[in-house]
Write a protein that binds this ligand. Sequence first.
Ligand code: NAP
Length: 463
Amino acid sequence: MIFSENFIEIAYIIATALFILSLKWLSSPTTARRGVWAGEIGMGLAIAGTLLHFGIVDLKLVAIGLVLGAVIGVPLGKVAMTAVPQRTALSHAFGALCVTLVGTSEFYLRAPNIPPFMMAVLSLEVILGSLTFTGSLMAAAKLQELRWPPQRPVTYKGQNFVNLTFLSLAIIVAAVLVLRPDQTRLFPALIFIPLIFGVMLIIPIGGADMPTVISLLNSYAGLSAAAMGFVLNSKLLIIAGALDGSSGFILSVIMSKAMNRSFTNVLFGGFGQIQTAATSEQEAKPVKSATAEEAASILSAASRVAIVPGYGMAVAQAQHKVRELYDALTKRGIDVRFGIHPVAGRMPGHMNVLLAEADIPYDKLMEMDAINGDFPQTDVALVIGANDVTNPAARTVQSSPIYGMPILDVDKARTVMVIKRGMGAGFAGIENPLYYMDSTLMLFGDAKGFVGNIVRELSGGHG
Ligand code: NAP
């Protein structure tokens, strides 16, 4: 027994260290793979330690849970990279449901003998768990573009007030239970009010703001797990939950800064904007288009090129062709760099992952603030499947849902070339004035095919 207790403690300490190292390593693409391994081994040790715990009475149930979890989890892990955000949201939903159920059973097992501090933590666990459960399901459905809930922000007058009222009600119920834990009839309200609040929180959030919310839900799920750690007296759960909660929180702050959104509004679900009629009744304005041959000759005459990838490059899986283009251009002595917007694609770091997969040198990937000053001296800005993150309406059109979001200033380059299949809108569902500028050439086609054609033209022209 002593041996196994010591073993459990040691396994937990190593798991904790591995979680911290994992977060550190995950923050750079060069060490990210190691970070994933560290996280996986840490989680394996944490599970092994927990299974050895003397408190476990029936391993059969645990085995059934493991099999069920694996049956659901393995297919979930095999989604396309573009669907990772909604998959992540689903994971948060499952985690949060689990936290809520554990909190509920702990309450009914212990009531009415629950000390005030324990009841306060248990309430926090259940409130955060319930709101994260419905909030994450809503976010996953919106990102998956299901018919309901609508993807556009749904806003109404007094929305912030309604949301704050729900949150306050939940806090009042929690306060009563802290003082009178024998009032077990009140406990269901502690679950159901935050369940509704979770839905209300996500309804006003649309389009471009969804990534920030996903990372905030990640943070809530972590904090609720940390609260669960207090209730179950598990140091490991407290540490892992706190790491998850704080890293998700920091990411949300970084992303709301990148999107120029108020963080308080993000916290209370009050940053939706009433969608204007931007998407409807667009008159057919003329755009200038060009062929791969023309694009190749413009590129080969350039000395500075900035490539701006977006969601379309991910869908088309064009990153390897983009690498070939990078090689073909640099071989000609052209300076090629990549402008990476913090929310390009469908998940944080999406473009970095794809370009790293294609072995594009990491020092060529420039963050938005680092490259924006260079666009006026750039001969060609080549936009590959990006739309919202290059939309100049974000600077000037106050009624636009992306107003205020910093963008990559590609419109300031001498020539802009945009590869996309047609005039389709991006994630925010709005028109992009970039496409109608005199300096813009539209290159219509699938990103992979079009970039491949340019590469062919460049090598044909070469030899
Ligand atoms: P975007 O605004 O979604 O635009 C992508 C463009 O790619 C579309 O306009 C589409 O136009 C084109 N496209 C699609 N398939 C293509 C293909 N096979 N070949 C060529 N083009 C293709 O993308 P973005 O500029 O990267 O902006 C990302 C947006 O997603 C932002 O609004 C962001 O807030 C949001 N978002 C980001 C995250 C995140 O964490 N990064 C998460 C969720 C949402 P056509 O149909 O005309 O081809």
